[in-house]
Design a protein around this ligand. Sequence first.
Ligand code: ASP
Length: 293
Amino acid sequence: MKAVILVHGGAGNDFDDRVEACRQGVERAARAGWQVLAGGGSALDAVEAAVRVMEDDPQFDAGHGSFLNANNEVEMDAMIMDGRELGYGAVAGLQRVANPIGVARLVMERTPHSLVVGAGAEQFARLMGVPVCPMEELVAGSGTHLLRPEDRVFRPDDAGDTVGAVALDASGALAAAVSTGGTAGKMPGRVGDSPLIGCGGYADNELGAAASTGHGEAMMKVVFSKTACDLMGGGMPPQQAAEAVLRLLERRLGYRQAGIILLSPSGEVGSAFNTHHMAHACIWGEGEMWIKD
Ligand code: ASP
């Protein structure tokens, strides 16, 4: 079977003590996505299933476990993309939904819009019957993520733990999904690269699929994910494209924390990151798997 699922749990510098937990988290997510693909499901269903698992895992900065903004509040961003017809749905600044990726998908499938933010996104989620929870429930470990006042400062090199997935299904369709609580101590209302098309992620059956993580303000300036997909579309293998887009980011903007996973239309994979770790896992073929960090 030519299906492939590739997931990541964020590129970061500060989680040497959590490497094993992150490896296990991405493995669980990849298996959830693979279950969909192995059952003949779509790449779109697979990336959503994988990202939901990581949103539910407090190890990661998405859904449960989201980093807090400077007001000590959760504000989550997510996007999903369907490579068949460039379907795209996204939410930003969502505060009370445990699985923002599901709302992003509903935006794509049930509205004439692409990106819905804040109170409007929550209102739409309620309208669609998506469960809404108190924001406190999303704060991991009984408040361990709560920031002290002196820490409520945006640190650009303190990104990490955003989650993403790309998949290819048996029909040849590609999809990408990304979900994040954003960067710790961010300004209330700040939106990073993750929900922006071509920045946090991209999927086009003709080019490839990408899911990215890192310093959003820098990554959006080079349209990180779409740039990588364009390189693949021009014939560059995904591993080289991943390394090339990272070099481009660093050449134009200096060192900025970043990582990316890539999948080509023929099912080749690539990944690159410039941080200490980026847990990522891949399952393909008859269920072969690798995990890297
Ligand atoms: N890219 C995310 C953001 O800037 C953070 C991350 O990937 O860790 O919101």
